[in-house]
Design a protein around this ligand. Structure first.
Ligand SMILES: Nc1ncnc2c1ncn2[C@@H]1O[C@H](COP(=O)(O)OP(=O)(O)OP(=O)(O)O)[C@@H](O)[C@H]1O
Ligand SMILES: [Mg+2]
Length: 383
């Protein structure tokens, strides 16, 4: 079946010209001559690619691009900005709005054709990866209160900027993620825990997801203390995790702290475990024990990454080298103190990487997310 391309331009001559060029290449072409029409057609017709003019009378191309990216239905569609505006600043603005490529008017038909073809190939490759299943990264605190939830939210938000991501909280009764991300009442996970594993299909799990303003999808547990007493069917949680793989490229799971019957089982289902700790002697002792036990559960060293979160500046902190020596395991990343920023981010329900992307902590956490994504690619290539 021919791939469908949506062309958006207020200039009808240009619309016809490009339309003809692409039809001759064998594509199905649909058109829109203003912003409202473009958004409506993109959502209804789900084209394989969009060619977008920037200067239009109602809504400009940058804004259309942002809105397309904000809607989960149109978010994955590749976009080429096509315009007479060719200053570097215009291009930067286009990429920041979420465009994948940029083409200057007037263009040679051969150049248009080759860019369209390249982008379609790339997005088909991405869809194939998605069909093979997303990767799961679980965050586990060596003890309570070390910053596990904060780190999980930030890693997931950073990953969402690259590809569709889901952040899940699997501990009924202790679901602080919903509170940190401004979704206090959402608790879709609770509706899954009570079901039989055979009833847990991707569609059922998808129905329990909550959208965060960043585009990230959340699968949340409740924060009602008495829910901790619920008898959780471990197999239902395993089935939920398996379903999540088909719903996003990256899945980040907050496992809370320490080992429970549930987490001991779940670490075997995930691709990587990030062990979160702090640079105090007590936390390090606990981290060392936990590392040993995780390995005992069959989790290979290459799948465990230790992250040290330093929440307060202090003279008594153990140095990086000493942490590595004590643990006999290298540190994957260090997060430095940012108490004000962490509190502010929780207050407004926006992870630090989005609230203050240029801050030191945001840079550290975004880099960690990059590293984890790179490791995921290596791990899946070695399967
Ligand atoms: N880099 C940081 N600098 C300073 N404070 C931080 C940092 N990261 C997180 N915090 C703060 O530390 C506190 C604990 O964080 P968080 O809730 O993420 O920890 P946790 O390990 O998930 O806790 P719990 O065991 O209760 O689930 C929060 O108040 C959070 O804002
Ligand atoms: Mg937590």
């Amino acid at each position: 079946m021919a791939e469908k391309i949506l062309i958006v331009d207020d200039d009808l001559d240009s619309l016809k010209l490009i339309g003809l060029m692409l039809q001759r290449q064998g594509y199905d072409v649909i058109a829109a001559s203003n912003g409202a029409q473009a958004l409506a057609r993109a959502a209804a017709d789900r084209p394989d690619l969009i060619i977008l003019d920037i200067m239009m009378p109602d809504v400009d191309g940058y804004e259309i691009c942002r809105r397309l990216r904000a809607n989960p239905v149109t978010q994955p569609i590749p976009i080429i900005m096509f315009t007479a505006k060719t200053l570097i600043d215009d291009k930067v603005q286009g990429f920041e709005a979420g465009a994948d490529d940029y083409l200057a008017k007037p263009t040679h038909p051969a150049e248009l054709a080759s860019r369209v073809k390249a982008l379609l190939l790339r997005s088909a490759a991405q869809r194939r990866t998605a069909a093979e299943g997303g990767s799961i990264i679980a965050l586990l605190g060596a003890k309570g209160g070390v910053g596990t939830t904060t780190l999980a939210a930030n890693i997931a938000a950073a990953m969402q900027q690259k590809a569709a991501s889901i952040l899940a909280d699997i501990r009924p009764g202790q679901g602080s993620l919903g509170l940190v991300l401004n979704a206090p009442r959402a608790a879709g996970m609770m509706n899954l825990l009570g079901r039989a594993p055979t009833e847990i299909m991707p569609r059922a799990v998808e129905a329990e997801l909550t959208a965060h303003a960043s585009g990230l999808k959340l699968l949340l547990s409740s924060a009602r203390p008495k829910d901790s007493l619920l008898n959780v069917n471990v197999d239902s949680v395993v089935a939920t995790l398996k379903s999540l793989r088909s719903l996003a490229r990256h899945i980040v799971v907050d496992l809370g702290s320490g080992l429970t019957r549930l987490t001991a089982r779940l670490v075997r289902e995930v691709d990587q475990v990030v062990l979160v700790t702090e640079p105090s002697r007590i936390a390090l002792q606990m981290t060392r024990e936990l590392l040993g036990e995780l390995e005992g559960l069959g989790l290979g060293r290459g799948r465990i990454g230790v992250v040290v979160v330093n929440r307060t500046p202090s003279q008594t902190h153990v140095s990086w080298q000493e942490v590595e020596r004590t643990l006999g395991h290298e540190i994957l990343a260090l997060v430095t103190p940012a108490p004000e920023l962490a509190a502010q981010a929780a207050e407004v329900g926006t992870p630090i990487v989005l609230l203050q992307p240029t801050s030191i902590v945001a840079t550290q956490m975004a880099k960690l997310a990059e590293e984890l994504m790179a490791r995921n690619s290596v791990l899946s290539a070695n399967l």
